[in-house]
Write a protein that binds this ligand. Structure first.
Ligand code: ARG
Length: 458
């Protein structure tokens, strides 16, 4: 038999097309543990409000527990279950009998779905934090492995200056740390309780909302029932954080893909996260990183779709909001594939220190050579010009700057001494940069400790 939460005012039945376009259980089924939880709290609150007895509340609560057990055991929706709230209501009638018909007193699916979605999102934020942290841990572990390796850092993807291997990898750690702070903020913003708002004007029964808040572990109670039922800022904020995480994963992936090419040869992908080719027997492809990069576009699309949904809505609930869950679940699900596989692929990377070091050419220490002149009293502009001429001479001769004759140095600038070439060493270049946040060995040691502290903090 059809179990419907509405329909009394209609003479005719719904079109099958209405059922098809309206039905959301394929998406919102996963809200069930949260819907059960908020319904248990609602039963208690209604009893406290004097709507029914504590015995009835107990019957409803144990009925809801049996419904939860049935769903956990694999109970499936039937064709007429419009959404998860309808399905749970149907099963509750089977489990608890007519008292089930009292549960929906003073509430609407509008405050119900807003509450269930917030509970789901709070849970999702906590789980995402764990997944992000695991990726950070993978980066940190590898960073420690290659703390003393030296490779070029690139601007415009042109060789710029030498940096330590740890400094490069940790450049990807801190964006994720900021994402975790954003996530904590999104979680806080989500922790406002809509339940008690009814359909839009607030429940007419004296339900103790503070009891609901405490039962459901919310931090605050919504101050406006119109806002509370139509507000999906928490979805937008969470999805923005998901997008930032995906963007950061994409940038990590991009570095790995480039550095893993034969032309760079800085890293080798492990067997667990490499794919082969159906045609070319020699291939070892970094598909995980490519899929992470591609996935970033999908998450961004989900965010844009959600913002587009919210943008044109009048105040209060409109059915467009049913689509919020599809967008958010897609984004979160994707991150739960991308984050652990990135962590796994990074954990398996092998680094080729010789290739890294070999890519550091003496011209990359041109800045250090200019700094040398500054320390001898030249202005930086003047030093820049003198070193630039040496760069050009080496380039034209097809040699390293260290191979230029001593005369070339003294001609370029009178302040160059015998020790000028020492300024062209990569190790010296790093050693000069122990400024906080720099790539010097001491500074990187401090940075690694900061990264450990960040992971231990929460
Ligand atoms: N499935 C709906 C959603 O996800 C539940 C709320 C329906 N409310 C309503 N008044 N029809 O948004």
């Amino acid at each position: 038999a059809t179990h419907k939460l509405w329909g009394g005012r209609f003479a005719g039945g719904p079109s099958p097309l209405l059922d098809a376009i309206n039905r959301s259980i394929g998406t919102d089924f996963r809200l069930w543990p949260h819907d059960i939880r908020l319904s248990r709290a609602w039963a208690l609150a209604l009893a406290k409000a004097g709507v029914f007895t504590m015995d009835e509340a107990d019957a409803l609560r144990s009925g809801l527990d049996r419904v939860a057990a049935r769903i956990a055991d694999g109970a499936q929706p039937i064709a007429t279950d419009e959404d998860i709230h309808t399905m749970i209501d149907r099963l509750l009638h089977e489990e608890a009998g007519t008292v089930a018909s009292k549960l929906h007193t003073g509430r609407s699916r509008n405050d119900q779905v807003a509450t269930a979605s917030r509970l789901w999102t709070m849970d999702a934020c906590r789980k995402l934090d764990v997944a992000i942290r695991e990726l950070q841990q993978a980066l940190l572990t590898q960073a420690e492995q290659i703390a003393d390796a030296i490779l070029p850092a690139y601007t415009h993807l042109q060789r710029a200056q030498p940096v330590s291997g740890a400094h490069w990898l940790l450049a990807h750690f801190w964006p994720l740390e900021r994402d975790r702070a954003r996530l904590a903020n999104a979680l806080r913003g989500t922790s406002t309780l809509p339940l008690g708002s009814g359909a839009i004007a607030g429940s007419a029964f004296p339900v103790p909302r503070d009891v609901l808040r405490d039962e459901l572990d919310f931090l605050a109670i919504s101050p406006n029932s119109i806002d509370a039922t139509g507000d999906r800022d928490f979805v937008a904020e969470t999805m923005f954080v998901c997008t930032m995480v995906a963007v950061h994963c994409s940038r990590i992936a991009e570095d790995m893909i480039i550095y893993g090419s034969s032309e760079f040869g800085f890293i080798k992908f492990g067997d667990g996260f490499s794919t082969g080719s159906s045609m070319m027997p020699q291939k070892r492809n970094p598909d995980v990183f490519e899929l992470a990069r591609g996935g970033g576009a999908r998450v961004l699309g989900d965010l844009v779709s959600l913002l587009g949904t919210i943008k044109g809505l009048p105040s209060g609930y409109s059915k467009d909001l049913q689509d919020d869950k599809r967008a958010m679940f897609n984004a979160v699900d994707l991150l739960h594939l991308v984050l652990p596989s990135m962590a796994g692929a990074i954990g398996e990377l092998r680094f080729n220190r010789e290739r890294m070091r070999g890519a550091v050419s003496s011209a990359m220490m041109a800045t250090d050579l200019a700094d040398y002149l500054v320390k001898k009293g030249a202005t930086f502009r003047e030093a820049h010009g003198a070193v630039g001429s040496l760069v050009r001479q080496a380039e034209e001769a097809g040699i390293e700057m260290t191979e230029l004759p001593a005369a070339a140095f003294s001609t370029a600038h009178a302040l160059f001494g015998d020790d000028a070439r020492d300024a062209l060493g990569a190790e010296a270049s790093l050693a000069a940069r122990n400024i906080a946040g720099g790539t010097g060995p001491e500074a990187v040691r401090v940075q690694i400790a900061q990264a450990h502290a960040a992971l231990a903090a929460h």
